[in-house]
Design a protein around this ligand. Sequence first.
Ligand SMILES: CC(C)(COP(=O)(O)OP(=O)(O)OC[C@H]1O[C@@H](n2cnc3c(N)ncnc32)[C@H](O)[C@@H]1OP(=O)(O)O)[C@@H](O)C(=O)NCCC(=O)NCCS
Length: 117
Amino acid sequence: MVGVDIIEVDRIAKGIEKHGRKFIEKLFTPNEIAYCENHVNKFQRYAARFAIKEAVAKVIKKGPKPYWQDIAVTNRKDGSPEVILSERLLKIFPHPISISISHVKDYAVGMAVAYPK
Ligand SMILES: CC(C)(COP(=O)(O)OP(=O)(O)OC[C@H]1O[C@@H](n2cnc3c(N)ncnc32)[C@H](O)[C@@H]1OP(=O)(O)O)[C@@H](O)C(=O)NCCC(=O)NCCS
């Protein structure tokens, strides 16, 4: 099963500029926030994480809403991303999911692939 999502970086940047911390904390986990804030092109990175949440939601298909805090991106030591699901999502979808991220100035893409048994 595959899910993909593309998002305009500006959409996330405008949300953050308008609503600030409240907007960020609604959509992203503390770890995701720390990662984005500590790297260059933070709006691209926030947008990519938003795209991953949508891509993973496409893979899982059913589940609770909103799910922003239930689908979190972390980065391994080599920089590659992995997705961590909340307990309540793991109950619905207990399968490994691989993700990939890409972002440029205007767009960010998130892709998710799952391997249900
Ligand atoms: C590091 C690398 C991903 C950068 O790619 P880029 O085109 O400059 O940037 P992109 O926007 O497309 O990708 C950036 C995202 O790649 C992901 N990434 C970083 N290191 C990665 C890695 N080792 N493997 C897979 N994904 C990686 C991250 O999710 C990053 O976004 P984030 O920091 O917001 O999480 C790329 O050089 C790469 O794939 N390196 C690892 C593989 C490699 O070196 N292969 C060589 C032999 S085939």
